[in-house]
Design a binder for this molecule. Structure first.
Ligand SMILES: Cc1cc2nc3c(=O)[nH]c(=O)nc-3n(C[C@H](O)[C@H](O)[C@H](O)COP(=O)(O)O)c2cc1C
Length: 181
């Protein structure tokens, strides 16, 4: 048993996965975690597209030229979308759901990585969101925030060192100048 604090220190972005599939009960727990997420005005503007097909994962990995490396070889990706007509806080709603899935995955001993799609572009200046929408038949009214990839870890990352946390970013009582901003 690890504490929640240990879980936070040990959650690192994992971009390399073994070929072992994720057990269906773990996939269900990850999605269940997403569906528990708090949301603005309880609008639950998010929806989730679960992708396990290797060909589709390869195509999703081409949503932008860099930093989408974890997608093509992941056994599972969840595309986090939200109805922009339902909530002006759709980005926040979707972000909360994405990190909650990552924490659930960490608790299961799985690796995960957030791959940003919103405001990103393909080589030809096509918005990454348009590309992903078209690939997955997602209606226009949904913003595509990110793709979260999951898998059994095939790389080791050091846990976060509590001694290196940026406490200067915490202001007690009032904001204070602490360094050249
Ligand atoms: C909003 C957001 C966008 C991110 N986009 C990407 C991405 O497109 N590709 C990627 O490989 N990692 C992405 N990451 C993961 C970050 O690179 C990672 O969280 C950061 O380097 C800190 O490392 P850690 O998660 O291991 O602590 C993103 C994370 C966040 C929160």
């Amino acid at each position: 048993m690890h504490s929640f604090h240990d879980l936070l220190l040990n959650r690192r972005s994992i971009r390399k996965y073994t070929s072992e599939p994720i057990a269906p009960e773990d996939v269900k727990l990850i999605l269940e975690a997403a569906l528990t997420s708090p949301s603005s005005k309880s609008q639950r503007s998010w929806q989730f597209v679960v992708v396990e097909d290797p060909e589709m994962l390869t195509q999703l990995g081409q949503c932008k030229p860099n930093y989408a490396t974890s997608v093509a070889k992941a056994p599972l990706a969840v595309v986090v979308i939200a109805d922009m007509t339902k909530s002006d806080a759709w980005i926040e709603d979707a972000s909360v759901a994405a990190i909650i899935m990552q924490l659930q995955a960490a608790d299961l001993g799985l690796g995960s990585c957030w791959v940003e799609v919103h405001n990103r572009f393909r080589d030809d200046n096509e918005p990454s969101e348009d590309y992903v929408r078209q690939l997955l038949d997602i209606p226009e009214k949904f913003g595509v925030l990110c793709i979260v990839t999951f898998g059994h870890k095939d790389e080791q990352r050091r846990p976060i060192d509590p001694a290196r946390l940026e406490w200067e970013k915490v202001h007690i009582g009032k904001w204070q100048q602490k360094q050249a901003e």
